[in-house]
Design a protein around this ligand. Structure first.
Ligand SMILES: *Cc1c(COP(=O)(O)O)cnc(C)c1O
Length: 397
C-alpha cells in the first residue's frame, strides 16, 4: 500500500497554494534542491570533466530511463532520457516510417497535442515521399486504421479533456493491419498505470516535467520495443547514439540497444534533478495512485457540478475513460482561472473555454480538493472573475 502521507512530505508546496496543475508542471521535490546543488558544486565544480566517469554522467540517461521504465510497464534497458518530447516524437515517427517503407499514411487524432502534429507534418514534408498525416476525431481512430497505414501516432490521454485511448486495443488493431503504434505518454506517465510491454506498443515517448516532477525543461524519454530496437534506424544519428562514441569513427553505427536513441550531450543538471525527483516514486504502486486519483477526481466533479451549474464537464464522465485530470468548460474560463489563481488555486486554461485541473495523489488529498471547490464556487457564484485584470491574456495560459 502506498503511503501518500509520506510522498506528500517529499514535495515543497508554497504556503496557501492548492496546486491542481501538476499535469502541466510538477512541483519541486525537496530533494531536487540538494541534488541540483551537489551536481553543480560537488560534481561540476570539483570533479570538472572527470565527473563524466566519476559521477556517472554518461550512463545517467539510461539509469534514469530505467526508473521511468518501471512506471510505464517497460523492462529495464528499454527507455532512455534525452532531448525534448518534440524531438522524441520526430525520432519515433522517423524510425517507424522506415520500418514500413511501402506505406504512406500516419494516423493521429484531433485531440493530440499540436507539437506532435507539427513535428509529424515537418518530418513528412522533409521526407518528400508523399506521406499523408491523417488527423481524425479520437473516436474515429480505430476505423481509420487500414493497410495503407504505416503508423498510428497517438497521445494516450488528451491534454484538454483527459479522455483516454484504449492503448492495448488500438495497438492490437494497428498490428492486425500491419501498422506500428507510437504512443505519447506525456499525460500518462505517473498519472495512470501503463503496461507498455504487455500491450506490445512499438514506440513510446513522453515528458518528465508533468506528473514526473522533473522541473521546467526536464528532458523527455523514449521507449522502443526491445525486439524492434535493432531495426529502428535513428534518424537523428548523433554521436552519443553511436555504438562507440569515443572511438570517434567517421562512420555512424548505431548502438545495439535503446542507447541509439540518444543524440548529443545530455543536460546533466536537469537529468540529475529528474533522477532525484523520481525517488518520490520509490515504493509507490501505480494502481494505488490510480485509485486515489479517481477518488479525488470524482469528488471534484461531484462537488463542482453541485455548486457551479454554469460549468459544464468537458471530460468523460466515466472515470475509467479519463486520465488524471478533469476539465470544465466555461465561456469565461480564462478570467475565471485567473481569479482562481489569484486566490491560490492553481489550474490552467486551454483555449477556447477549458478550465483544466490535474489530480496528483502524491501530494494532494481531499482537503485540497474541497478547498479548491469552495473557492471556485465563490469565484463563479459571485462573478468574481469579471474584473479587467483577469481578462488580460498572458503569454502562457
Ligand atoms: C506537454 C506535451 C508536449 C510538450 O513537448 P515539449 O517538446 O516537451 O515542449 C508534447 N506532446 C504532448 C502530448 C504533451 O502533452
Amino acid at each position: 500500500m502506498t503511503d501518500f502521507a509520506a510522498t506528500r512530505e517529499k514535495f515543497h508546496m508554497p504556503e496557501g497554494v492548492v496546486y491542481l496543475d501538476g499535469n502541466s508542471l510538477g512541483p519541486l521535490p525537496k530533494n531536487a534542491m540538494a541534488r541540483a546543488r551537489s551536481v553543480i558544486e560537488a560534481e561540476w565544480g570539483e570533479m570538472l570533466i572527470r565527473a563524466w566517469n566519476e559521477a556517472g554522467w554518461m550512463e545517467q540517461p539510461r539509469r534514469v530511463g530505467d526508473k521511468v521504465a518501471r512506471l510505464i510497464g517497460a523492462a529495464p534497458g528499454t527507455v532512455v532520457i534525452g532531448d525534448t518530447l518534440s524531438v522524441k516524437v520526430y525520432q519515433a515517427l522517423a524510425s517507424a516510417l522506415e520500418m514500413r517503407p511501402d506505406r504512406r499514411v500516419v494516423v493521429s487524432d484531433s485531440g493530440n497535442f499540436p507539437t506532435d502534429l507539427y513535428m509529424a507534418d515537418g518530418l513528412l514534408r522533409s521526407l518528400g515521399r508523399g506521406h499523408e498525416l491523417k488527423v481524425v476525431e479520437p473516436e474515429a481512430v480505430a476505423d481509420a486504421i487500414d493497410s495503407s497505414v504505416a503508423a498510428i501516432m497517438l497521445t494516450q490521454v488528451d491534454y484538454r479533456t483527459g479522455r483516454m485511448h484504449d492503448m492495448a486495443a488500438l495497438t492490437k488493431r494497428a498490428h492486425a493491419a500491419g501498422a506500428l503504434a507510437i504512443w505519447d505518454l506525456a499525460h500518462s506517465a505517473g498519472a495512470v498505470p501503463i503496461d507498455l510491454a504487455g500491450c506490445e506498443a512499438d514506440f513510446a515517448i513522453g515528458c518528465t516535467y508533468k506528473y514526473l516532477n522533473g522541473g521546467p525543461g526536464a528532458p523527455a524519454f523514449i521507449y522502443v520495443r526491445p525486439d524492434l530496437v535493432g531495426q529502428a534506424r535513428p534518424a537523428l544519428s548523433g554521436w552519443l547514439g553511436h555504438n562507440a562514441p569515443f572511438a570517434f569513427d567517421l562512420d555512424y553505427r548505431p548502438a545495439a540497444d535503446i542507447s541509439r536513441m540518444r543524440v548529443g550531450t545530455p543536460p546533466v543538471v536537469q537529468v540529475s534533478i529528474l533522477e532525484a525527483a523520481l525517488e518520490a516514486w520509490d515504493g509507490v504502486d501505480m494502481a494505488d495512485v490510480r485509485r486515489r486519483s479517481i477518488e479525488l477526481s470524482e469528488l471534484f466533479i461531484r462537488e463542482v457540478e453541485a455548486r457551479c451549474p454554469q460549468l459544464v464537464l468537458g471530460s468523460p464522465r466515466e472515470a475509467q475513460a479519463r486520465g488524471s485530470q478533469v476539465s470544465f468548460r466555461f465561456e469565461h474560463g480564462y478570467a475565471a482561472m485567473q481569479a482562481l489563481i489569484a486566490r491560490g488555486v492553481i489550474g490552467d486554461f486551454r483555449a477556447p473555454d477549458t478550465m483544466r485541473f490535474g489530480f496528483t495523489p502524491l501530494y494532494l488529498g481531499e482537503a485540497e480538493v474541497m478547498k479548491a471547490v469552495d473557492i471556485l464556487a465563490e469565484v463563479i457564484g459571485g462573478r468574481l472573475w469579471d474584473r479587467p485584470e483577469y481578462h488580460r491574456k498572458a503569454a502562457v495560459t
